[in-house]
Design a protein around this ligand. Structure first.
Ligand code: HEM
Length: 493
């Protein structure tokens, strides 16, 4: 242990990477003990102020390297070698298996190749209808609180809408989370997400073995709910595989779309799952288990993140009336004055200012505020030799507020992303969706969903700056300990 520590420190010293003083056994553990999901960003900022954008840190016996430096982030994120996730991600494994988010090496390469076409433009185009319908339900559900004075925490309502959207697009099933929030699958997703978020910040709960011993009730609850989600996903996969085989057998199968008997009158959409059912690796179809880990990964990665993105965007709009006015004008010009008119791909693509607003919101409040990697071999990154067995944390949240790349970083200025200023944004300083080979595969999906939902809410309501300000908190994804609040006033036009 001593030799390992000396070796690692030698590398960091040579690379000019400094960090807080360590003590025996705990390393910098004592610096972290009093930190919480609420204070973690402040702690990181203090470390950046004290040691610069590249920081060495020891958590117990493991060496860590944190960076908020866009050049270093470029080196890490573009590397084909540094693609393994750090050990914190292991907590997600009992739910997500080694789906795309968690897998590494050959498995990740193969899966990424198969799954990339799943997010093809043609597939996304069909999903726009789901985005529109489910965000209409969200608007409808908010009407009774839209009296201009009630404070509404936007997060829970958005979360149910995002769950409806991801279930229908990833699995092809309507779970009606917004109308029936007690549906068992919805409850399980929420329970598992919140227990995992809690574990993320609590070192004792992090290790499975420790959690089982010290928090047996929570441990049992976690695993019961994971099982219930797996059973649900398994059922859906089996059903859709049978339907696919039947349609092939009776000659009604079409590669992209077919008619759905159950959903009379409407064309049946391909779900992401259907594309996976038709994929092969070396001529072999994926097994149900292979598919389940990918579908579960979409369900996880594809709802909490967009919930965070949509709610923080609505919050910022509520607090910037001029932005709201300009946005509303654009929406009326592109979509018109009929509030019930569905919004298609063409309109979403034309909402350019809205895109700037969302991008700027993701800059200030990135749903994924940190990204982790683990280097398994000594590797040179941006001219610095980083030793094997180091956990790397990319401090996205801070990189996105770096004044060297974003002048007046604390200000909400959507125009930073306008077409005229294209080229001014460094893609490795702006990484809400990560970058490089392991970037977010659902990025286009997410942008369309966010545009659809935000524009729908703005067509129905004026957003008011009511309620407490947000207090960003790292709970797996970015949340706010005070809620993400706004008031709503029905629009009459
Ligand atoms: C605003 C919404 C979203 C944000 C900010 C976001 C952000 C990210 C980030 C930062 C990563 C890299 C994570 C890492 O390296 O640890 C990632 C990966 C991923 N995202 Fe997203 N995401 C969003 C929405 C979605 C959606 C809607 C889906 C699916 C429908 C999705 C599916 C995935 C998957 C499967 C990966 C793993 C990709 C790989 O490792 O090859 N994401 N996302």
């Amino acid at each position: 242990d001593y030799l390992y520590r000396r070796r690692q420190n030698g590398f960091f010293e040579k690379a000019g990477i400094r960090g807080p003083r360590t003590i025996p056994i705990l390393g910098n553990g004592h610096n972290l003990i009093r930190e919480s999901p609420k204070t973690v960003f402040d702690l990181q900022q203090r470390l950046i102020n004290d040691f610069g954008k590249n920081i060495r840190i020891w958590v117990l016996h493991e060496s860590g390297f944190m960076t908020a430096d866009a050049r270093m982030m470029e080196a890490i994120l573009s590397s084909q070698q540094v693609i393994t996730k750090d050990s914190l991600y292991d907590m997600l494994q009992s739910w997500l298996g080694t789906g795309l988010l968690l897998s590494t090496g050959k498995k990740w390469h193969t899966r990424r190749k198969i799954i990339t076409p799943t997010f093809h433009f043609k597939i996304l185009e069909q999903f726009v209808e789901v985005f529109d319908q489910q965000s209409a339900v969200m608007a409808e559900q908010l009407y009774d609180r839209a009296d201009g004075k009630t404070v509404v925490n936007l997060f829970p309502a958005t979360c149910l809408a995002a769950l409806d959207i991801i279930a229908e697009t990833a699995m092809g099933v309507k779970i009606n989370a917004q109308r029936q929030p007690n549906f068992p699958y919805v409850q399980s997703v929420n329970i598992v997400s919140s227990i995992t978020a809690e574990r993320f910040m609590n070192p004792i709960q992090r290790l499975d073995g420790w959690m089982r011993v010290f928090f047996p009730r929570v441990y049992r609850k976690l695993h019961e709910n994971i099982k219930s989600m797996h059973d649900f996903t398994d059922g859906v996969i089996e059903e859709r595989r049978e339907a696919l085989q039947k349609s092939i057998a009776d000659g009604t199968h079409q590669a992209s779309q077919s008619n759905d008997d159950a959903d009379v009158g409407s064309k049946r959409r391909m779900a992401l799952l259907d594309v996976l059912l038709q994929s092969t690796v070396g001529g072999e179809p994926l097994s149900n288990e292979d598919i389940r880990e990918e579908v579960d990964t979409f369900m996880f990665e594809g709802h909490d993140t967009t919930t965070s993105g949509i709610s923080f965007t609505l919050y910022l709009i509520a607090r910037h009336p001029q932005v709201q006015a300009q946005l509303f004008q654009e929406i009326r010009e592109v979509i018109g004055d009929d509030k019930s008119r569905p919004v298609g791909m063409r309109e979403l693509n034309e909402l350019k200012y809205l895109e700037c607003v969302i991008k700027e919101s993701l800059r200030l409040y990135p749903p994924v505020p940190m990204i982790g990697r683990r280097v398994t071999q000594d590797v040179t990154l941006d001219g610095k030799l980083i030793p094997a067995n180091t956990n790397i944390i990319l401090l996205t949240y801070h990189a996105l507020r770096d004044p060297d790349y974003f002048p007046e970083p604390e200000k909400f200025i959507p125009e930073r992303f306008s077409a005229e200023r294209k080229g001014e944004i460094n893609p490795f300083a702006y990484t809400p969706f990560s970058a490089g080979p392991r970037n977010c595969i659902g990025q286009k999906f997410a942008m369309l969903e966010m545009k659809s939902t935000v524009s729908k809410i703005l067509r129905h309501f004026e957003l008011l700056p009511l309620g407490e300000e947000v207090q960003p908190q790292m709970n797996l994804i970015l949340r706010s300990s005070t809620g993400i609040n706004a008031g709503l006033k029905k629009r009459v036009y």
